[in-house]
Design a protein around this ligand. Structure first.
Ligand SMILES: NC(=O)c1ccc[n+]([C@@H]2O[C@H](COP(=O)([O-])OP(=O)(O)OC[C@H]3O[C@@H](n4cnc5c(N)ncnc54)[C@H](OP(=O)(O)O)[C@@H]3O)[C@@H](O)[C@H]2O)c1
Length: 257
């Protein structure tokens, strides 16, 4: 663990922390001495040295998300940072060919899951004098129309807009809300992208090239951006930078990884 950080003792929740970006961010937060609430459908492993509450939670289940928020707040006394990271990419391919049931499951996870996490955290923050910081993980796909990703583009665009609205609604309660596009991170989701056919996803070559060139953001780089830019120097920074600054993109990591 690093020397004492300004974030030591702060409490962070990450959804979708069983692997990929969520698991990587949990390691960085743990290294900063933060206390963690980690969930996914597969119960996440907690970094050895961090006080952590881990649970199997499907974010499509509003009651389960609420119960997890309550359990984390009870264990650690409050929640300073909540990262809605859980998400899926499929279905990939033209919208007209998509299986409606798979489309429904996608929106359940990527939109309703974020709605449930956002609501649960906002209700928690309303009772916290120190406020709280919400980070909803978005994507460049929220603003760029990629052929073959209609459902993913739409779900991330929904995440960005709901985040902007909640940032306004919960301003008086001391909630600061951000929609954050993390850049390209080499996870199972990227493996799935690279395995797409050009018919299903015409841009697939670009993502294969990124792999060859190793041009990715690390989860650690994304986590540090969240701590520096979103959580900031104090848990109760106030809402001064909310207007016009809700949608953020993590810059490319120098040299990739
Ligand atoms: N990787 C990238 O380049 C990239 C770029 C832009 C945005 N993003 C976004 O970053 C986030 C993380 O992606 P990733 O690349 O780390 O993907 P990943 O490796 O596929 O991991 C996704 C995580 O979400 C969890 N999850 C999925 N559905 C869930 C559900 N219904 N309930 C609870 N947890 C669920 C998974 O755990 P279980 O399967 O155990 O539930 C897993 O921990 C996503 O929101 C993604 O859209 C990623």
């Amino acid at each position: 663990m690093e020397g004492l950080s300004i974030h030591a003792g702060r409490v962070a929740v990450i959804t979708g922390a069983s692997r990929g970006l969520g698991a990587g961010m949990a390691e960085t937060f743990a290294g900063q001495g933060m206390h963690l609430g980690l969930c996914a459908r597969a119960r996440p492993e907690s970094p050895d040295w961090a006080p952590a509450l881990t649970a199997s939670v499907d974010v499509t289940d509003a009651d389960a998300v609420d119960a997890f928020a309550g359990a984390v707040a009870e264990r650690f006394g409050r929640i300073d940072l909540w990262v809605n990271n859980a998400g899926v990419l499929a279905p990939i391919g033209p919208l007209a060919d998509a299986d409606p049931e798979e489309v429904r499951r996608h929106f359940d996870a990527n939109v309703l899951g974020v709605v449930h996490g956002t609501g649960a955290f906002a209700r928690q923050v309303r009772g916290q004098p120190e406020g709280g910081v919400l980070v909803n993980i978005s994507s460049g796909a929220a603003a760029t129309p990629y052929e073959g990703w209609a459902v993913y583009c739409a779900s991330k665009a929904a995440v960005e807009m709901l985040t902007e609205v909640v940032a306004l609604e919960e301003l008086p309660a001391g909630l600061r809300a951000y929609a954050l596009a993390p850049g390209v991170v080499d996870t199972d989701m990227q493996t799935l992208i690279r395995s797409s056919t050009e018919e299903a996803f015409p841009d697939v070559r670009r993502f294969r090239r990124l792999k060859q060139e190793g041009r990715f953001n690390s989860a650690d780089w994304v986590a540090r951006f969240i701590l520096d830019r979103c959580l900031g120097a104090a848990g109760s920074d106030g809402p001064a930078d909310v207007a016009g600054a809700v949608r953020l993109r993590v810059p490319d990591e120098p040299g990739g990884i």
